[in-house]
Design a protein around this ligand. Sequence first.
Ligand code: NAD
Length: 502
Amino acid sequence: MNAGKHVRHWINGKPYDGPAERQGDIHDPATGRTTGKVDFASAEEVNAAVAAARAAFPGWRDASLARRTAVLFRFRELLAAHRDELAALISSEHGKVVSDAAGEVARGLEVVEFACGIPHLLKGGFSENVSGRVDAYSILQPLGVVAGITPFNFPAMVPMWMFPVAIACGNTFVLKPSEKDPSASVRLAELWADAGLPDGVFNVVHGDKAAVDGLLEHPDVKAVSFVGSTPIARYVYETAARHGKRVQALGGAKNHMVVLPDADLDLAADAAVSAGFGSAGERCMAISVVVAVDPVGDRLLDRIRERVADLRVGPGDDPRSQMGPLVTREHRDKVASYIDGAREQGATVAVDGREVEVEGAEHAGGFWLGPTVLDHVTPQMDAYRDEIFGPVLSVVRVGSYDEAMALIAANPYGNGTAIFTNDGGAARRFQNEVEVGMVGINVPIPVPMAYYSFGGWKDSLFGDSHAHGMEGVHFYTRTKAVTARWLDPSHGGVNLGFPTNC
Ligand code: NAD
């Protein structure tokens, strides 16, 4: 039982024991009860964390690649060993079912495994004899103190898109996780310490806008990685850039799944329900819009309804549950408000999640909303225009492939999308034309593996680097090009001419 827990910042290898001017509540979304408090950082704690990271940088930057990878491999082993414990912790604060939380830890672990290969990834180039007896080479060096600001929906995975790569590259890191589910980040910090990471290389400050602004404005923070909603991503991008920092800011999403008439409709319905309602739709890669190309609409909707009827909603720690509650009461109520809104604006409520019943008197105060399906949604409706970020799947019916493409092109977001078809030519045309960063072909949640990079286009990403993979290595390093001449006995004396390559 987590009742009464107190989540503190993690600074310089240990919990920060100073008093907190402000705190936030942590809830169990399945019961609605308050289970603890989290300290909110002011400028003082942010400064302490950045100072610890700055002091740790020279030593970590100069640690050999062998030493850095030894720590990474140990961290990888500890993560694997504590996966179930982390999953239970995530579920208790976020609400997602434990198996889903374990999946999130596994996807984060893949990035750690990618980062274990850092000696190979940091190799620069070398050109011999670019001029007479002159060699040129490039080296990749870390930036210094870098910061990560992360959302509630993946409290372990999203931070692990960032810090394994940043730390492997030789940077030191300050994480500001979501204040709604802060415990996983502190557990990860403890595992780093157990893995032998020197104090100050990884720090965690909790809090809200004050903590974020402290990082964005701090002169010693060289780069900022952000993942969260689009308005805050835009703000972080602009503010961090104004303060001279390198920044990547991943924002919100509205992911369309196009179902062509030749698609396998059972496969498509399985995919729409899995991708629409997994983690209660609180995934940036969730499918929120099914685009049914005529004439599949009715047949597809029937199949979706059948599957939704079988979904079991319940607490995340019950292995029978397939979908948990939403993260907070406010968020639950906001998501639910879209149902009446859509009906008033002309949509059909095919499945109403407000009718959901969850076993157990202790769950009466939980933040429940069952899977909801809205049919005949149009681009003018709020349910289509807004990122709802909950278990509400909209079905938009269109007359043709071109109409489906026009819909996606007009949408301001460009995070993920998918096409379901048996026509290879149509799929190839889709992957070529669609203005979206991550594309699935008969795959509804095309999250790239750790060795590719994760990121959307348009209003789903501000900046030019995606997360992890080679773009992550690029983001957390800067390149130095060296031109070297070692004189030999044939050295020819002074030459005031402009250096040329002969
Ligand atoms: P959010 O934008 O509310 O919060 C994200 C982070 O910003 C948190 O750490 C929060 O404390 C901080 N923050 C909140 N308000 C702030 C403010 N006014 N000024 C400065 N910082 C502030 O997002 P959330 O509700 O935690 O997460 C859900 C959102 O994240 C969704 O929009 C989802 O699509 C998005 N998301 C995107 C991706 C992606 O890869 N593109 C991945 C996961 C989640």
